[in-house]
Write a protein that binds this ligand. Structure first.
Ligand code: S3P
Length: 416
């Protein structure tokens, strides 16, 4: 277990480029593997989670060259029907995206496969994909019909379905879309609440029907940028630029909320890369005010709620976050984790049945905090620690490698 000591700092200053988007990186590997021909991915995130997806496809015979120094990957696609039966269990590690999206693809194969995960993933609900994939004709068995490991057997045929998502989840939507590649009839997926649309965008980019290998540039991950956007907003005297960040409208809710709180954020140089919008983000310190977060925004900032709680803990007044029950089913129960750990730092924060209520304070105190081995909890608490006087200790800080291996070195890039 790595215990990291973090001391409060005066300000964050300068320009950084953060790693590629995790969701887009997973999908680029999946589509590249199913395409005919060669796919070259630049600025791909090579973290614990995305490496699990890469290894799963390698295990199914896809040739993938990874260049860790330059964050590149070259994939020789096997075509939609070219995957080979794996000789061992497919290890998804901590990654819900790997397990849920891959299940959609595997449901349409003529071989059996098993998907396993680590202790955290093994407790996360998989019935949300087992149910719709079974309705499509898939043959999937989970422990107690609900949890990993998942065993997926060949089915007679995959059929399209009409399905209204019972939980707002891009992973469920994507699993259905990917299974639909193997169905002759159309699927109609209805989502009442917005979730990220990277699968739909990439499907169009690779060409619906038959996928052709492509060149892809993965824009920076707004969920990773969010730690620095909040850091610069709450640490007095800060002023930073984050280069090349994905600002997909299904993902940028954190910017809307921080602006409503009084944040000083501007979006510059908007451009398009392989069907995704990308921009540079300028952020300067601002005195934030608490807000009642619009319930319709939750899907657009679901992964940013831990760091939003940190912003709220330092804002003037009360912030209420509701309709966020899904946080209980992430890598850890993120509602409980943020309440427990921010309380240790002296924050006035309480749990609601579906969210959080936070009364902001000018100052918090240094503390020893736990990450529950959840990358986003680790990074949110680290940013909070940067804004208190004295030395805090972050337990199990190495879990940042799940999504953002350069997180701590990127912080150092912004020290003057
Ligand atoms: C993801 C979807 C979201 C998100 C996760 C990545 C994706 O999960 O929290 O980090 O890449 O599709 P849900 O689909 O469970 O909301």
């Amino acid at each position: 277990m790595e215990k990291l000591k973090i001391e409060g700092i005066n300000k964050l200053k300068g320009e950084i480029k953060i790693p590629g988007d995790k969701s887009i990186s997973h999908r680029a590997v999946m589509f590249g593997s199913l395409a005919d021909g060669e796919t070259n991915i630049e600025n791909i995130l090579l973290s614990e989670d995305t490496l699990r997806t890469i290894e799963c496809f390698e295990e199914m015979g896809v040739k993938i060259d990874v260049d860790k120094t330059n964050n590149k990957a070259r994939i020789i696609g096997s075509g939609i029907y070219g995957l080979k039966k794996p000789t061992k269990d497919l290890d998804c590690g901590n990654s819900g995206t790997t397990m849920r999206l891959l299940s959609g693809i595997l449901a349409g194969q003529d071989f059996s496969s098993s998907l396993v995960g680590d202790a955290s993933l093994s407790k996360r609900p998989m019935d949300r994909i087992i149910i719709p994939l079974t309705k499509m004709g898939g043959n999937i068995k989970g422990a107690n019909d609900k949890y990993p490991p998942l065993h997926i057997y060949p089915s007679k045929e995959i059929r399209g379905i009409e399905y209204e998502l019972p939980v707002a989840s891009a992973q469920v939507k994507s699993a259905i879309i990917l299974a639909s590649i193997y169905s002759k009839s159309k699927s109609n997926i209805i989502e009442k609440k917005v979730t990220r649309d990277h699968t739909e965008r990439m499907l169009k980019y690779f060409g619906e029907g038959q996928f052709i290998g492509k060149e892809i540039y993965v824009p920076g991950d707004i969920s990773s940028a969010a730690f620095f956007i909040v850091g610069a907003s709450i640490i007095k005297g800060s002023s930073i630029r984050i280069m090349d960040v994905n600002i997909n409208p299904t993902r940028n809710g954190i910017i809307d909320v921080l602006r409503e709180m009084g944040g000083n954020i501007s979006i510059e140089n908007v451009r398009n890369v392989n069907n995704e919008p990308m921009a540079d983000i300028d952020v300067a310190y601002a005195s934030l005010k608490g807000v009642n977060v619009d319930e319709n925004l939750i899907g657009r900032l679901i992964d940013e709620i831990p760091i939003l709680a940190v912003a709220a803990a330092f804002a003037e007044g009360t912030t209420i976050i509701r309709n966020a029950e899904e946080l209980k089913y992430k890598e850890t129960n993120r509602i409980k984790a943020m309440v427990n750990e921010l309380k240790k730092m002296g924050a006035d924060i309480d749990e609601l049945p579906d969210g959080l209520i936070i009364h902001g304070k000018k100052e918090l105190k240094p503390s020893i905090v736990d990450t529950y081995k959840d990358h986003r909890i680790a990074m949110a608490l680290s940013i909070a620690a940067l804004n208190v006087q004295g030395v805090s200790e972050i337990k199990n800080s190495e879990c940042v490698n799940i999504s953002f291996p350069s997180f701590y070195s990127n912080i150092l890039d912004l020290f003057e």
